[in-house]
Design a protein around this ligand. Structure first.
Ligand code: GLN
Length: 485
């Protein structure tokens, strides 16, 4: 078995015992990237020299026992998180040459943990999309079948982990962008509670929904990454001063006493039968592990797509106003008036989906329409949140599919944005309510494409999610399966 296909926790044992060095591990991952990256295309920017320098530093710390919790572990980073001195494009032409002067807090924390940074990975432009095809630098490919999408918007994160081009990745989730690509690529992806992980240095898409979280090869690694990135940050006014548990303690066998809700609105018409079968099989596994299951209802689920596609574009239109060609980012040099410069910089710098969102969002916020759209959407958002509050009075977590279908072919839905929006129907509510959600592999379609199970819980109940996910993983025993690349 090659080093790059190991998990973080396995690798940590080997590093601690001196069986392998961080430099050897990093070389192995870089070799893997050299061999398969032309097929997967997960990375936008990657810097082997920097990675090796960091690995050398990690080896010194490993030797003298001062290494942090992820010492010597190669990771990739979604290209929406600011990395000091390293280009951060957001998958957009408008930031193609943007080099941030500071690190996002989550990056600072990974540096404190002595992780090794391999590079920045592909994503839908400004995290808008569900396929990663909106990336201005080309879409990453699903490692299980490179003719298929890897999901989005954290597609490069999921692909780089699934393809063993790193051991873990940081992604972001505004309406499903960690869970959905995790599901399509057969890896674990956790969207933490809003406020659990600092958003400082995350390029904003929809600030009331965005959250950073890990994509990993298994649930244990997910807990390790959460330990490293969680916590209050004075630089993010929405970060919550909540105690950080050791998430690894949640990984216990047996689900006795755990009550799992099955929300009937999540087993919708149009749900792919293979997705349904695999998720039901997973639910059966959880029952056998000791959990009790009950049917529950989240009655406002049907409104979540409509609510999200008002609130997210509204916030995006405001957040993206800063890309005007003046302060930083792309500037059209041919215009001879200020207004033309604004117009040309933005029309050349942004891609089609981003422009669509800005137009929808600006319209929804405009005077005379605000009450009918943004305000109404915010009111329904409260109803969705209350649905969850009610349900979590009677059960610990709810489980469901992550996406209505397995991954589809690249290009298949390029002309049909509405049907792509609808594919977010099972993940969006968690962001509207601010609750945590995880995607864990639960099977494969007949075509060999991964299918995930989603577990959602009440605010700051990530440990329950991890415990259920861990038991599913343990009994299904599929997390070691790797794509054939
Ligand atoms: N697919 C959703 C969108 O396009 C969610 C994206 C995300 O979570 N960043 O907005």
């Amino acid at each position: 078995m090659s080093l790059n296909s190991l998990t973080i926790h396995k690798l940590q044992e080997m590093l601690a015992q001196g069986k392998v060095s961080a430099v050897e591990v990093t070389r192995d991952v870089l070799g893997r990237i050299e061999n398969i990256e032309d097929k997967v295309q997960a990375y936008i920017t990657y810097d082997p020299e920097l990675a090796l320098q960091q690995a050398e530093a990690a080896d010194k710390k490993l030797k003298n026992g001062t290494g942090g919790s992820l010492c010597g572990i190669p990771v990739s980073i979604k290209d929406v998180l600011c990395t000091e001195g390293i280009r951060t494009t957001c998958g957009s032409r408008i930031l193609e040459n943007f080099v941030p002067p500071y690190d996002a807090t989550s990056i600072v924390k990974l540096k404190q943990a002595d992780a090794v940074f391999v590079g920045k990975v592909a994503m839908d432009e400004f995290a808008m999309g569900s396929t990663s095809e909106n990336c201005a630098f080309g879409p990453p490919k699903n490692p299980w079948n490179t003719e298929y999408i890897c999901g989005g918007s954290s597609g490069g994160s999921a692909a780089s982990v699934a393809a063993d081009e790193c051991f873990a990745s940081l992604g972001t989730d505004t309406g499903g962008s960690i869970r959905q690509p995790a599901s399509h690529c057969g890896v674990v992806g956790l969207k933490p509670t809003y406020g659990r992980v600092s958003r400082y240095g995350l390029v904003a898409f929809a600030s009331s929904l965005d959250q950073i979280g890990p994509l990993t090869k298994d649930v244990t690694d997910c807990a390790l990454m959460m330990n490293a990135i969680s916590g209050y940050d004075a630089n993010d006014s929405t970060s919550v001063p909540q105690e950080i548990p050791d998430f690894r303690n949640a990984l216990k066998e047996g689900l006795q006493g755990m009550k799992i809700g099955i929300p009937k609105e999540y087993f919708i018409k149009g749900l792919d039968p293979e997705v349904e079968q695999n998720v039901n099989k997973g639910i059966e596994v959880l029952r056998q592990a000791g959990a009790e299951t009950v049917e529950v209802s989240l009655p406002h689920t049907e409104y979540c797509v409509a609510v999200y596609y008002l609130i997210a574009p509204a916030e995006a239109s405001s957040n993206l106003a800063r890309y005007d060609g003046v302060k930083y980012g792309f500037r059209d040099m041919s215009s001879d008036s200020l207004l033309d410069m604004y117009r040309n910089s933005r029309s050349q710098g942004f891609g089609g989906e981003v422009k669509r969102r800005i137009i929808i969002g600006t319209y929804a916020l405009s005077s005379g329409y605000y009450d009918a759209y943004y305000k109404k959407a915010s009111q329904v958002r409260t109803l969705i949140t209350e649905d969850y509050q009610r349900v979590f009075e009677t059960c610990d977590v709810v489980v469901s599919p992550v996406t209505p279908t397995p991954a589809w072919k690249l290009g298949e839905k390029l002309d049909d944005p509405l049907s792509v929006y609808l594919s977010d129907i099972l993940t969006i509510s968690a962001n509207l309510a601010g609750i945590p959600g995880i995607s864990v592999p639960c099977g494969f379609s007949r075509d060999g494409l991964p299918i995930g199970m989603q577990i959602q819980g009440a605010h700051f109940q990530e440990e329950k999610l991890l415990k259920v996910a861990y038991n599913l993983e343990l009994h299904l025993n599929i997390s070691h399966l790797r794509p054939d690349l």
